[in-house]
Design a protein around this ligand. Structure first.
Ligand SMILES: NC(=O)c1ccc[n+]([C@@H]2O[C@H](COP(=O)([O-])OP(=O)(O)OC[C@H]3O[C@@H](n4cnc5c(N)ncnc54)[C@H](O)[C@@H]3O)[C@@H](O)[C@H]2O)c1
Length: 464
């Protein structure tokens, strides 16, 4: 873990920053020696990416590059990791396939892995969250891409298969579709995979199901289960970005209204907390008695969804489960209710039930579909029931994804450099703590350390 410790050493000015990180690397003799070889490799990667990619329009690269530059300037942790990767090239000679929401922060993760010596290819984990300009910029920077915004189900599967035709040695997945496609449709290829990382709760549930039935053929790092992921990304990231997505899509006020949050897990806690901060009355629906109790003691009303349906103005599902809002709830909803999903798949709000009940369906604003029922009531579904913060927004705030993607990059290095057995593995605690220390250092925050006496006291059964 020594390599990790260097991230927590401050530089002379006591600051972490993108420019400092890059200056450190660019100033080193080793970096200069590598520069020539890397620029010709970069030119080769660029022409290969342009020849092999399936994207909407390479002409959009200028706008995408600006978006990537903006996030790069606000991701000090990933810049630290990138600087280390440029020096040490942990992925030299490796092919890495990434299946994530393709927006600027993810693009910067892909470029960080590329800076570590890998050939990188990407596909989208969700067709509605893909930003075509960012994808074009990635291709412009030598990453092969198979994605466009609004891909049909068939195109989505074609993109995943083209990504696997790239024959990766390592993968980063979000939601488990890439791993599932490999095991279901291309089992022979699973022996080529050293390992990978999984981003989200739903993906880890699927991996654990595969592990339990003995079918998972390679090691996967459960990035979501690291403290520095779910405590911050799921809670504060989803909390902020879900309301950002809903507000920018509807332009409606939240204060004074009732927000129903279905699922009080790590994401749901953030969504409920931010709804309260915006001035909404918050109702939580749960199936887990402990989490329901937690919601009560956090000051929220708790009730079944059919009761909540009668009082809600905004509904946000964030469970990772299917059919959480269905016909009985739609039948009693108020006219004008807004429905949004933040769980991984678009199965939490029943679209089949909405279509069965509606006499008229029309798009009334970008990303807003109106369902008019027989009795004249209307409900509004945002972003086709897909992750509202990504399909109707830019996803989590940059600084939050900086932590998650630092974990992703370091987790991938960990799995590539150490021999893990097939199965689901947790991010080592030291690595998790390193990312927390990097984030604190980036904000200039210092904390106390245990004294030797305190350490002994905490590990002893004597009371003196
Ligand atoms: N939108 C995003 O950017 C984003 C970010 C991270 C995770 N996710 C996704 O959000 C989902 C939730 O993630 P999490 O980390 O909060 O999971 P979690 O396991 O911590 O919480 C899910 C909660 O939903 C509850 N639940 C399950 N079925 C329910 C039902 N029918 N009605 C009410 N409650 C129900 C569970 O009891 C649990 O408390 C997953 O699909 C995850 O992949 C989305």
């Amino acid at each position: 873990m020594d390599k990790l410790n260097e991230f927590t050493q401050r530089n002379d000015s006591g600051q972490w920053s993108a420019s400092n990180a890059q200056a450190g690397v660019e100033g080193s003799a080793q970096a200069h020696a590598q520069a020539g070889a890397q620029s010709s490799a970069q030119a080769h990667a660029q022409s290969s990416a342009q020849a092999n990619s399936m994207i909407r329009d390479i002409g959009l690269a200028g706008a995408g590059n600006l978006k990537i530059d903006w996030v790069a300037a606000h991701m000090p942790l990933l810049n630290q990791v990138r600087a280390q990767f440029e020096r040490e090239r942990p992925f030299a000679g490796k092919r890495v396939a990434i299946c994530l929401h393709l927006e600027a922060k993810t693009a910067y993760l892909a470029l960080t892995i590329q800076a570590g010596g890998a050939q990188v290819a990407v596909a989208a984990s969700n067709p509605l969250s893909t930003q075509d300009d960012v994808v074009a910029a990635l291709v412009d920077r030598g990453v092969t891409a198979f994605a466009w915004h609004g891909a049909t189900d068939e195109e989505y599967h074609t993109h995943l298969n083209r990504l696997l035709d790239f024959h990766p040695d390592a993968i980063i997945d979000d939601g488990g579709d890439l791993v599932a496609t490999l095991h279901r449709d291309r089992p022979a290829q699973t022996t080529e995979i050293i390992g990978g990382c999984e981003e989200t709760t739903t993906g880890i549930l699927r991996l654990k199901a595969m592990e339990a039935e003995g079918s998972l053929r390679f090691p996967m790092m459960a990035v979501n289960d690291a403290y520095c992921k779910y405590l911050f990304d799921n809670r504060y990231g989803t909390g902020q970005s879900v309301w950002d997505g809903i507000m920018r899509t509807t332009n409606l006020v939240v204060a004074g209204k009732t927000a129903v949050v279905v699922g009080y897990g790590w994401c749901g806690k953030g969504v409920a907390m931010r709804a309260k901060g915006l001035g909404a009355r918050v109702v939580v629906c749960e199936v887990d008695p402990i989490r329901a109790l937690e919601a009560m003691m956090d000051g929220f009303s708790v009730m079944p969804i059919v009761e909540a349906a009668k009082v809600g103005d905004f509904f946000v599902t964030v469970t990772g489960n299917r059919d959480c809002i269905t016909r009985p709830a739609f039948e009693v909803m108020k006219d004008g209710a807004v429905l949004a999903n933040a769980g991984h798949f678009d199965v939490e709000i029943s679209k089949p039930d909405l279509h069965a009940l509606a006499t008229d369906v029309r798009t009334v604003r970008s990303n807003v579909e109106e369902f008019r029922f027989r009795d004249g009531r209307r409900v509004y579904l945002l972003a086709d029931g897909r992750l509202v913060n990504l399909a109707s927004g830019d996803g989590h705030p940059v600084e939050v994804m900086d932590m998650t993607f630092a974990l992703q990059a370091l987790g991938l290095r960990q799995i590539v450099e150490h021999q893990y057995a097939p199965g689901v593995h947790t991010i080592p605690k030291e690595l998790d703590e390193t990312v927390a220390r990097m984030r604190l250092a980036a904000w200039g925050v210092e904390i106390d350390a245990l004294s030797a006496g305190q350490r002994t006291y905490l590990t002893s059964w004597h009371s003196d």
